[in-house]
Design a protein. Structure first.
Length: 100
């Protein structure tokens, strides 16, 4: 390990940056695709000639679960960044914040 450059810490930052920087948008895109697939296909005709929408509630529920997972990850990230500010102004020390 060099005293000038910490390779281990840099690799950790690179790994988590790639994971969160591309992982959360990929999860969000997956949720959008599942939501669209779960909404159903309009234009299919029934036996009497009327248009029917075939919906898949499991895909819709899964898309909402992935949306909520992405939202929770973003909220935890914002709270982690602002934890010292929140602790200093409210007295509520969350996510490892230390009292000043």
């Amino acid at each position: 390990m060099s005293t000038w450059f910490n390779y281990e810490a840099s690799l950790k930052i690179l790994f988590f940056g790639l994971l969160l920087g591309s992982g959360l948008p990929a999860l969000f895109a997956l949720a959008v695709r599942m939501g669209a697939a779960g909404a159903g296909v309009v234009g299919l005709e029934d036996t009497d000639g009327t248009a029917v929408a075939h919906k898949n509630p499991a895909l819709t529920a899964l898309s909402w679960a992935i949306y909520s997972l992405a939202l929770v990850a973003v909220l935890i990230g914002v709270l982690y960044i602002a934890r010292d500010f929140i602790g200093a102004h409210t007295g509520l020390y969350i996510l490892g914040a230390k009292p000043a």
